[in-house]
Write a protein that binds this ligand. Sequence first.
Ligand code: SF4
Length: 350
Amino acid sequence: MTTVIENNSQKSDRLEVGTPLLEVKDLHVEFHTRDGIAKAVNGVNYSVAAGETLAVLGESGSGKSVTAQTIMGILDMPPGKVTQGQILYRGQDMLTMGNEERRKIRGQKIAMIFQDALSALNPVLSVGYQLGEMFRVHQGASKKEAKEKAIELMDRVRIPAARQRVNDYPHQFSGGMRQRIMIAMALSLQPDLIIADEPTTALDVTVQAQVMDLLAELQAEYNMGLILITHDLGVVADVADKIAVMYAGRIVETAPVHELYANPAHPYTKGLLRSIPRLDQKGQDLYAIKGLPPNLLKVPAGCAFNPRCEIATDLCRTEIPALHHVTDKDGKELTGRRSACHLWKETLHG
Ligand code: SF4
């Protein structure tokens, strides 16, 4: 059976699995406020290839969503300002290309799924109308054809009784079903890359898992890149290939997902992993990293995590640690693994 996506002529334009799709290089974004300049993104580097899932993890204020909004061009500027860096889509810098070219990429090649589907969808239009809009506006489909494509998309994201529900409004669907509709809307653009910003935060745990599984399945099937932004390490273990952990505007650790879970190389990641509820610890108090993320107008000197870190030394309070490659006990570099910690060896091998 042909599908909405397979019908599209852009399919031939798809990259081989593993080909670099998006590279963020040394990105700096700041906000000019009445109280001073907040450096929200401070030299961030990451990349995602076709068919690959990158999870970007961090607490609120870590810079993970600001980076994504900068990629999508939806960051309010001012007060936001990109002061340095590149965002390469298929090797071309989106920050320096013309408006029209950038608009085409952001509108059709990179799609975004937001946390709150209810406010992202128009409440007074049926979901079928909203899903069909792409086909009417960009492909000249008739109303009837667009409706059929909307039904096909709803089927594709497993909304039961799609044909009967195509004229329903967003509020008539559950939170999980609305998030599936958001995924369907993103798919209708036939994107190379989907950026999902906390796509399951508002959902209960079972529905979270179903939505994540669906995203992962579609991403693999259509060979898309996926950037999954989350504050919750628990939701990405089974779907991400690699993780970038952010803190106070910087990446503090990167690793293939299973290696990070098995053996983190940064105390912050270690704390996040200890904070995940576990069935074998029923009845015990849940661990929480002490303190709060810093105010970006008053980031501590040295390592920004030092006031919350249980092993901080004097060096940590004066010198910002660079994002190092890390090695195994024999000194062999571990592929894809980096840590911005003066004590990464102790953390990884201790
Ligand atoms: Fe902790 Fe120091 Fe490492 Fe920062 S650099 S995470 S304060 S040990």
